[in-house]
Design a protein around this ligand. Structure first.
Ligand code: ATP
Ligand code: MG
Length: 135
């Protein structure tokens, strides 16, 4: 799907509105392709409110909805998959949370199995991204 930024946001909001916990979503794609934009839209769709980010885990952003916690985990800065061991994925799964993971491949086997995976890529146009679901 070729999407402008506003269309990507609308897609994310819609996706968020339809999500029920527990759920794990993986988002891959080069730097600046719109993964965080998509995560923020999903959070809006979920009606999620931001919690203070723990300084210890600057890679993990915590939100709350009426029923379940939501975690946004950005694995980009992990230098090796083993650094993902302490991110708390096990607890998130145990809490039956909604977990949105940027660069899940960088966490290797520490990342929980994604229910849905998306990839964003650049196109010939600077305002348009290609969004595909990986099956
Ligand atoms: N069609 C589009 N969809 C999403 N973002 C777009 C689009 N066109 C332009 N942009 C711009 O691209 C940037 C995407 O930034 P964003 O932080 O969401 O990407 P990212 O994939 O999370 O990057 P990083 O890998 O650095 O975390 C924003 O500045 C946004 O305005
Ligand atoms: Mg990002």
């Amino acid at each position: 799907m070729r999407l402008r930024a506003d269309e990507l946001s609308r897609f994310g909001e819609e996706l968020g509105r339809g999500l029920s916990a527990p759920a794990v979503i993986g988002l891959s794609g080069e730097l600046g392709t719109g993964k965080t934009t998509l995560v923020q839209a999903i959070c809006r769709g979920l009606g999620a409110r931001a919690f203070a980010t723990s300084p210890t885990y600057a890679l993990v952003h915590h939100y709350e909805t009426a029923d379940r916690p939501v975690y946004h985990v950005d694995c980009y800065r992990l230098r090796s998959p083993d650094e993902a061991r302490d991110l708390g994925f096990d607890d998130m799964v145990r809490e039956r949370a909604i977990v949105l993971i940027e660069w899940p491949e960088r966490a290797g086997a520490w990342a929980p199995q994604a229910d849905r995976r998306f990839r964003l890529s650049y196109t010939d146009s600077p305002d348009i991204r290609e969004l595909e679901e990986i099956r």
